[in-house]
Design a protein around this ligand. Structure first.
Ligand SMILES: *Cc1c(COP(=O)(O)O)cnc(C)c1O
Length: 805
């Protein structure tokens, strides 16, 4: 079909959707109406392929993946779907003919922020890659009515307001009102005459499926993202309502529906913790009940479950599923325990995302016993057999208590990471370093008792979204230079290396960056009022705000630059724009203070005429996937400066390098593998290594030595502590600085000098454009390996035992 014919058909469909589904007239349709109509027309085309994909799974009996994740940070879908279907240009043409601008239609779509950060975005990239490769897969999660909060910056401070992405309807999803499962909570457990355990839940909540199609590259294959919404089984007590208790009559509805209300409700309070565990069990149970139904329908016999399905646990949030699958197999389907255990372990595998002790999930035993009495019994049974085996293998008491699913030291808690480990046949880390550290830290003892299960799968990103869609001009340049095969085979990016020294190519590469920087400067001005010079070096740190990610170190460098520039305003400075974006968890006070400091520093620097043409600082509010898509193509320098050993992988580092930003970073997470591929001459590595930082943090690091050795650091900390950036409240950051000197857990002061020296090299390189752009091109050329297609192929091969067609 010609593009014009395709566009004409789309145009007819859009008009028909507009009239009959949206109920609007073309001459009075709002941009939102056009978005709905265009999306529905696109969705129809995807649905046809969805059906053929599903038919093929049935006909061929393909093995399938269930990806269980508390988060799917999918962002906007329309441009991705059109791109993968090859319909972007026909759609542009179709809308042009109606006097509607495609980009304006894209901008109408809410950003589905059903996740927090890297872990959720990984799930979204994996879903896209599985569809692109043609691996049959279902992503299972929760359909939060309010995803991650929307961040406002007011007087320099983070303010959280609910993000109601569903308020105007969601044209992508299909409500499967007949696809429901009952999820029990509380109650009692008895034994029936045949000796089987029977759970009598005290409360039953219904899970309803909402399906969103996930279309792969070139539209060959379509998978399903199935998100569960919670409904009460007894939504209204009519007697109570009629007798005037209008609120009390709906309490059970409110309580049930709270489960799918918000992503990560605060878990400081016992009620908050209870809700979190309810969410986890709710979606794990619904997903596994669905898995069993699907398997029985297709294959009839639960003994073949692991031959036909693999279940990947994305972190420990769905780990309760290990006990739940055992409950379903043994109690509900009458399977023998040992057989069920073998099947369960062959089905599950688990991805670990963090080594930080405070981030390892555990639940208090009394709460588990109250909320999930039968699951708790099953955890005890799993633990008893697990410890028995370990003892038979020669484990002593210390080792047994370390590998036990129950932590007895902190008031009896269930270790969810241990449960996931013991219940899985493979456990993977997300970068080479992280996997190595897993074996020597969190899972050292479990690895001794259950050897051979740990494997590495370095994260990846989908190039369709993070290069082809986020940076269409660069993609066009690449395709014009090395040919269109690169669109289907990311390894071909390596062909760009031949052009790294080519002056004309460098110029074209730099021109593309310049255009993206102009667009970002415009966005920053509109959203923050800060004026950035597109000629400046755009120095970018975008990620969740966390102490270990060390935005503070970057702020200290900003202040150091400011001090030096003020001391020598006529010096030979490289103009810089320091760009920050990221959200802090609502209860994470230190992270919020860091946001405030960044904004306070920005305010003073941006108003100081001495550095007007040299230094600007912008904090872009409400970092999300959509913001990332416009910031990344405009980045010259990518800040990946976590305390070594603490960033499991990072994926922001990959997105930025792919788009040709040079990385300044520590030897942490996937930075190490990036540096191996782009070459040490094309990346700025500084600071302590994990092998040095680990012992230093453990043994107690003393910041005063670093302070004594560095005039520059002293000048920076003095300025911040004395209120240079908070003149209206000079003591605002005194505590922060004193805290840094008393217990610098993340080694900010230890790495400061090395970081500043590395930043000087960055400035020098920027001053030699031919070298800078050569390095930039080589970054893009050498990171093809970080495609999530590669990651997924490794999972398929080595974890899921699933042939890639
Ligand atoms: C990629 C991505 C992340 C992860 O970034 P890191 O730098 O790896 O922490 C977080 N949030 C969004 C919106 C992303 O796109």
């Amino acid at each position: 079909m010609t593009m014009e014919a395709e566009a004409e058909m789309l145009r007819q469909d859009i008009l028909s959707k507009l009239a009959y589904q949206v109920g609007a007239r073309a001459e009075r349709a709002s941009p939102r109406d056009w978005f709905l109509a265009a999306t529905l027309a696109t969705r129809d085309r995807i649905v046809d392929r969805w059906r053929t994909s599903a038919d093929e799974v049935v006909a061929q009996g393909h093995k399938q993946v269930c990806y269980l994740s508390m988060e799917f940070l999918i962002g906007r879908l329309l441009s991705d779907a059109l791109g993968n279907m090859g319909l972007t240009e026909p759609m542009r043409l179709a809308l042009d003919g109606l006097g509607v601008d495609l980009e304006a239609v894209f901008a109408q779509e809410p950003d589905a922020a059903l996740g927090n950060g890297g872990l959720g975005r990984l799930a979204a990239c994996f879903m896209e890659s599985m569809a692109s490769i043609g691996i049959p897969a279902t992503g299972y999660g929760i359909r939060y009515e309010n995803g991650l909060f929307r961040q406002l910056i007011q007087d320099g401070r983070q303010l959280e307001v609910p993000e109601d992405w569903l308020s105007l309807g969601n044209p992508w999803e299909f409500e499967r009102s007949s696809l429901t499962y009952d999820i029990g909570f509380g109650g009692t457990v008895t034994q029936d005459d045949g000796g089987r355990m029977v759970w009598h839940p005290g409360e039953v909540v219904r899970a309803i499926a909402y399906d969103t199609p996930v279309v792969g590259w070139r539209g060959h294959w379509v998978n399903t993202l199935r998100l569960w919404s919670a409904r009460a089984t007894d939504p209204l007590h009519l007697d109570a309502f009629n007798s005037g208790d209008h609120i009390g009559a709906q309490i059970s509805r409110v309580k049930a529906e709270a489960i799918s209300r918000v992503l990560y409700p605060g878990d400081e309070s016992p009620a908050g913790q209870e809700l979190r565990l309810r969410q986890e069990y709710f979606f794990a149970s619904a997903s596994l009940q669905d898995l069993i139904r699907r398997h029985l329908r297709l294959h009839g016999d639960l003994l073949t479950l692991p031959e036909k399905f693999s279940v990947q646990l994305n972190d420990t949030h769905p780990a309760i599923g290990v006990a739940e699958l055992m409950r379903l197999l043994v109690d509900v389907h009458g399977m023998d325990w040992d057989v069920a255990w073998e099947i369960s372990r062959a089905t599950f595998s688990y991805t670990n995302h963090t080594l930080m002790p405070e981030a390892l999930e555990s639940w208090a035993v009394p709460m588990m016993e109250r909320m999930l009495p039968r699951n708790m019994q099953i955890i005890y049974l799993i633990n008893a057999r697990h410890l028995e085996q370990a003892r038979a293998g020669g484990a002593g008491d210390a080792l047994l208590s370390a590998v036990s699913l129950i932590d007895e030291q902190h008031g009896r808690r269930v270790r969810m990471g241990h449960l996931a480990f013991v219940g899985s046949h493979k456990i993977n880390g997300v970068s080479a370093l992280h996997t190595a550290l897993m074996k020597t830290t969190v899972f050292a003892e479990l690895d001794r008792v259950c050897p051979g299960r740990i494997t590495n799968k370095t994260n990846g990103i989908t190039f369709r979204r993070w290069l082809m869609r986020a940076n269409a001009p660069l993609t066009k340049l690449i395709v014009d230079t090395i040919g269109p095969q690169v669109l289907d085979d990311t390894d071909r990016l390596a062909d760009l290396a031949a052009y790294a020294r080519d002056a004309a190519f460098q110029e074209a590469f730099a021109a593309q960056r310049r255009t993206a920087k102009e667009a970002l400067a415009k966005m920053v001005r509109e959203r923050t009022g800060v004026v950035l010079d597109p000629a400046a070096l755009f120095d970018v740190q975008i990620k969740r705000i966390h102490e270990y990610k060390r935005q503070l170190l970057n702020i200290l460098h900003t202040v150091a630059l400011y001090n030096s520039m003020r001391a020598q305003p006529t010096g030979n400075w490289v103009p810089r724009a320091k760009i920050f974006a990221g959200k802090a968890a609502p209860s994470y006070h230190q992270a919020k203070l860091i946001i405030r400091l960044a904004n306070d520093v920005a305010k003073v620097i941006n108003h100081d005429p001495t550095v007007r043409n040299l230094l600007r600082v912008a904090f872009i509010p409400n970092y999300n996937v959509t913001a990332a898509e416009s910031i990344i193509p405009a980045a010259d320098l990518s800040e990946q400066i976590s305390t070594a050993g603490l960033e499991a992988s990072g994926t922001g580092n990959m997105k930025l390098a792919l788009n040709g930003a040079l990385t300044i970073g520590t030897l942490d997470g996937a930075n190490i593998e990036i540096s191996e591929r782009v070459g040490l001459e094309n990346i700025f590595i500084f600071g302590l290594k994990a092998s040095e930082a680990g012992p230093l943090r453990r043994d107690g690091y003393d910041a005063r030595a670093a302070l004594a050795a560095s005039d520059e650091l002293r000048g920076v900390l003095d300025a911040i502590a004395s209120g240079v950036f908070s003149p209206e409240e000079p003591d605002r950051y005194r505590g922060l600085v004193e805290g840094l000197l008393a217990h610098d857990n993340f080694l900010v002061t230890a790495d400061f000098d090395s970081y500043v020296a590395s930043q000087r090299q960055v400035a020098q390189r920027w001053g030699r454009p031919a070298e800078w752009w050569r390095s930039a091109v080589l970054n893009t050329a050498n990171v093809g390996w970080f495609s999530s297609d590669r990651t997924i192929r490794e999972y398929a091969d080595e974890i899921w035992d699933l042939p890639v067609r």
